[in-house]
Design a protein around this ligand. Structure first.
Ligand SMILES: [Zn+2]
Length: 419
């Protein structure tokens, strides 16, 4: 049997839970409860009842994870019948297949039939692989969503960028510069999913007309800037890299990577930008960081890492009105860099604080406020940039905080696109 990672088992537990086969905790372990619910799933779906995630079972489950199934239209099919067959709704089929004529279905046409549920799981670890499945799934459900990659991580994972909207105003949101802050990737992905669904039925969220936002702004979202690090924190070094021993030694001999913020080279991506980087390097030594490790090591030059370099290049060549960089934790919004920010930064910051309930905080120059992404954006591009420290507690924040984090940030993300 294939050895599944903790996060893969969690995703399957989430799915079995969503489909009504599993009612226990999402813990990432192949325990008896999980095995029994797999058997139950296999029985209902006419698969061999083994309790094992064999190839047939995984093929079957994967469709639900991706969130849609391909279907070839047969003679005499009606949309209603197809929707009923897959227990979904007609509008979902129409949105996913904009070129079909609902009144004259042509037999032999291949379509994608989305299932009747959201696909971004908000009750589990959120890894690169889960996000990748979600991005593909969302693009099939909502073909007007665009995505591509702005570069690759050290270990060759894509640095995905999702684009929603096509207006002339341009903003960039990003998450998970820091590995153990992966809940910020989930926040951005869930927000995108809701945004797309509401846009497709021309609705509004919290009083914001989504079609209006779509037409006025192009929102670029890079949900996971540090995918190697996120995998390392969630699944451990065995699943991530061939450099297991080296990583454990960079992590002070510790096999638990929950304190790890850096990329897989041990460089803190949010200390790797060209905003007084040399000044930061001096401080770095003062507080005892002498080389690569779990956090705070700035690399040997600005943008030395493929992740920070890709984001800086993308930001540099796209004329963004504003950027949001999501981190955890503290429920605060940092809005300044030294005194270089434009005048409007403060008032926008106040509004973002108002709608989120987070505190607007003036950052004093210290090791925590040099050479970061928003620092560089403010310094070089002279526009409003914000670091948002979502949630409260110890990183990685428990997934139980997700709903509160979402609640606090949903309107902030809408407002920042048009302010
Ligand atoms: Zn952070």
């Amino acid at each position: 049997m294939v050895n599944f990672s903790k996060s893969k088992i969690s995703v399957i537990q989430c799915l079995l839970n969503k489909l009504g086969y599993y009612n226990y905790s999402i813990n990432g372990f192949m325990d008896n409860y999980t095995i029994n619910s797999i058997k139950f799933y296999q029985k209902i779906n006419n698969l061999n009842i083994t309790g094992i995630l064999d190839k047939c079972t995984m093929n079957n489950i994967n469709e639900y994870i991706i969130g849609y199934t391909p279907y070839t239209i047969k003679n005499g099919d009606k949309l209603n019948d197809i929707a009923q067959k897959f227990k979904t709704e007609v509008w979902r089929i129409l949105v996913a297949n904009p070129t079909i004529n609902p009144f004259i279905l042509e037999s032999g046409t291949n379509i994608n039939v989305p299932f009747n549920f959201g696909i971004v799981p908000t009750n589990s670890f959120y890894t690169y692989n889960i996000m990748k499945d979600n991005i593909v799934g969302l693009s099939k459900r909502y073909p007007f969503m665009k995505y591509n990659s702005i570069g690759k991580s050290v270990d060759n994972r894509e640095l995905y960028k999702i684009t929603v909207g096509n207006g002339s105003n341009h903003v960039i949101y990003n998450g998970a510069h820091h590995a153990n802050e992966w809940i910020t990737s989930l926040l951005l992905m869930k927000w995108v999913e809701n945004f797309l669904e509401v846009y497709s039925r021309r609705g509004s969220i919290r009083g914001y007309n989504i079609e209006k936002i779509w037409n006025s702004t192009t929102i670029d979202i890079i949900p996971m800037l540090n995918p190697d690090g996120v995998e390392l924190v969630i699944n451990g070094p065995d699943y991530v890299s061939t450099k297991k021993e080296q990583l454990i030694s960079l992590n002070d001999g510790n096999e638990n990577f929950s304190n790890w913020k850096a990329n897989i080279n041990g460089v803190d991506l949010n200390r790797n930008y060209d905003a007084d980087w040399i000044e930061y390097k001096k401080l770095e030594r003062e507080f005892g960081v002498l080389g690569p490790g779990p956090s705070l090591y700035a690399g040997d030059k600005p943008e030395s890492e493929p992740e920070s370099s890709a984001l800086a290049s993308y930001t540099r060549y796209n004329n963004s009105r504003l950027v949001l960089a999501y981190h955890t934790q503290g429920q605060v919004i940092f809005w300044n860099y030294k005194d270089l920010q434009p005048e409007i930064s403060y008032s926008i910051g106040e509004e973002l604080a108002n709608v989120s309930g987070y505190k607007l905080e003036h950052e004093v120059t210290s090791e925590a406020s040099l050479a970061g992404y928003k620092d560089w954006f403010i310094k070089d591009l002279e526009k409003p940039g914000y670091t948002i420290e979502a949630g409260k507690g110890e990183n990685p924040l428990p997934i139980e905080q997700f709903d509160t984090i979402y609640e606090n940030n949903e309107e902030l993300l809408l407002l920042a696109s048009i302010i």
